[in-house]
Write a protein that binds this ligand. Structure first.
Ligand SMILES: [Cu+2]
Length: 119
């Protein structure tokens, strides 16, 4: 192997690592939900990524602790859910997905979002 090829492959290796880090390395709180999960709404959704199982009913309890009025709206388009979240009061929703995939939920103006991964 010549030097330029060696450098190229090292560079390529770094690029792969960088791309991997860029797309997958960002720290996300992923929670494997059983049949229920609690989400705290406070400067975003905590956890913001939830894994659930296909065809399994999952209860999601949302508790808003953030006074930001935009977060008072919880929108989950794929499940036709639009809920008002009063401050410091739990609101429960139920979802069952018959499809695997990734489904996003967000606040009133889509500034904060999270997702449900169905496996
Ligand atoms: Cu918002």
């Amino acid at each position: 192997m010549t030097l330029d090829k060696l450098l190229l492959s090292i560079g390529g290796g770094f690029l792969v690592v960088f791309i991997y880090w860029f797309f997958f390395g960002k720290k996300e709180e992923v929670l494997e939900a059983g049949d229920r999960v609690d989400i705290i709404v406070d400067g975003g959704y905590k956890p913001s990524v939830i894994k659930i199982k296909k065809n399994q009913k999952t209860k999601i309890s949302l508790l808003r602790k953030d006074e930001n009025s935009c977060l008072e709206e919880f929108i989950f388009p794929d499940f036709k859910i639009k809920k008002y979240l009063p401050l410091n009061e739990k609101v429960e929703i139920e979802i069952t997905s018959t499809k695997v995939g990734m489904f996003k939920f967000h606040c009133g103006m889509n500034m904060f979002n999270g997702k449900v991964i169905v496996e």
